[in-house]
Design a binder for this molecule. Structure first.
Ligand code: AMP
Ligand code: MG
Length: 415
């Protein structure tokens, strides 16, 4: 059995960032770009109307002051239309926002500037325009004004926010090279487990860890790969583990403690997974197992065996798996762990003499101070408190946990 800080340090030292991957643009949402995105087109791609109105020749407005300019409408252009027809002096084109400016024209006069009675003019008609503030080139998006083909519109290192995704798409990037989203296989072991859709018969238990751990993986930026249930038989666990080892990380639950059917540590060994630690001085979560599986074709797969009890599983996930996923994803050190803050207990909590305890709690801010209220908790199978908790309160081994005690809290983040 090792100390918690040592175990966390071992995870941090074993995990290394995955090489960036080429991936579909949308699947890279939120990830950091590993290489620049180079535009394959100009933007705007051609001179484009930015208002609904009339495409005109600036020369026809020169020196007109606030007088009315009367023009022949020679063509109608909706968005998507193009014309070869050149706008002659004294002519104009009826144009919609987003349409290409016709040859000869170089400005747009908005529809609102058509003198009453001519606003509905189309090709073949005449329009009278009053535009006292006319500027040459007005309301035209000039080709290449935003970016030019060949330009790096997004540099390496920026996160793919929704706006960056839009820009990348406009620049023609259907795929990008971005930080890898770690693929995390989730495997539940236990002959008593049944799929969540089933009503458990007497003696059976729903596989609630799978959706819980999948959600936890997704919440810290990984891609969960749920692999279902393996019964407590060495061959069953072994073949499921072999399949899971293709992922970047494996989060298995159940079968890691000291019972007769806790076959997981031996099965990991049989599969070639090298143990880094087993058992940590921690409550809940003491039986947690961690190791690595070296692969010829890439980075080692990180392998976690979490205790099957749901609350233990989740506490171990937050303490050990979260940093591993963050490191694999190439995140900066300050984003590896849940934050740790100082708070004050407003009600007594139940510490343990021999191990640090992590309990679900409510956290309320009182000015600079965090007020920490432990939630009722019946033990390591009880998710009721955790499900409404704002975070975990950490109580040191043998520490006192009366009301008023200063404690460390790990907020789960915004909700
Ligand atoms: P174990 O870690 O295998 O000794 O399991 C401890 C407890 O957790 C037992 O009551 C199991 O039924 C329960 N358990 C194990 N795996 C799961 C799971 N995937 N979902 C919900 N409960 C589980
Ligand atoms: Mg079991």
């Amino acid at each position: 059995m090792i100390e918690l800080a040592e175990a966390i340090g071992l995870v941090e030292r074993t995990a290394v960032p995955l090489p960036p991957r080429r991936q579909r643009l949308l699947e890279a949402a939120g990830l950091r770009l590993a290489g620049p995105i180079v535009a394959d087109v100009d933007s705007p791609p051609w001179d484009r109307a930015m208002m609904d109105g009339f495409a005109v020749r600036s020369a026809d407005f020169a020196g007109r002051g606030d007088g009315i300019v009367e023009l022949d409408v020679v063509v109608d252009l909706a968005a998507g239309d193009v014309t070869e027809r050149k706008i002659p002096p004294g002519g104009c084109g009826r144009i919609m926002t987003g349409a290409a400016i016709p040859p000869g024209a170089d400005a747009v006069v908005p529809i609102e500037s058509a003198v009453e009675g001519t606003a509905e003019s189309h090709a073949g008609g005449r329009v009278r325009l009053c535009e006292p503030t006319f500027r040459a080139g007005q309301h035209v998006g000039i080709r290449g004004a935003a970016f030019r083909a060949g330009a790096a519109v997004l540099p390496a290192g920026v996160p793919l926010t929704p706006a960056a995704i839009g820009l990348a798409a406009e620049a023609g990037a259907t795929h990008v090279v971005a930080a890898a989203r770690p693929r995390v296989a989730i495997l539940s072991t236990g002959s008593e487990l049944v799929p969540v859709r089933d009503v458990p018969a007497h003696g059976r238990t729903r596989n609630s860890n799978e959706p819980m751990l999948a959600a936890a993986v997704a919440a810290c930026g990984g891609e969960p790969i749920p692999l279902g249930i393996a019964a407590d038989r060495p061959e069953a666990i072994r073949s499921a583990v072999m399949q899971a080892l293709a992922a970047d990380a494996v989060v298995l639950s159940g079968g890691v403690s000291a019972g007769d059917l806790d076959l997981v540590p031996a099965t990991f060994a049989a599969c070639g997974v090298e143990k880094v630690f087993h058992k940590v001085r921690l409550k809940p979560g003491k039986p947690v197992w961690f190791g690595r599986f070296d692969r010829a074709d890439g980075p080692a797969t990180l392998v976690f065996g979490l205790p099957g009890n749901p609350a233990s599983s989740l506490v171990c996930f937050e303490l050990f798996v979260r940093p591993a996923v963050a490191i694999l994803a190439g995140r900066p050190r300050d984003a590896w762990h849940l934050p740790r803050r100082r708070g004050v207990l407003v009600a007594p909590a139940k510490a343990a003499a021999d191990r640090p305890v992590y309990l679900p709690c409510r956290i309320a801010r009182d000015g600079e101070r965090l007020d920490v209220t432990p939630l009722p908790w019946t033990g390591s199978s009880d998710l009721v408190g955790l499900a409404v908790a704002d975070g975990l309160v950490a109580l040191p081994a043998g520490g006192r946990a009366d009301a008023g005690t200063e404690v460390e809290v790990l907020p789960f983040g915004s909700r």
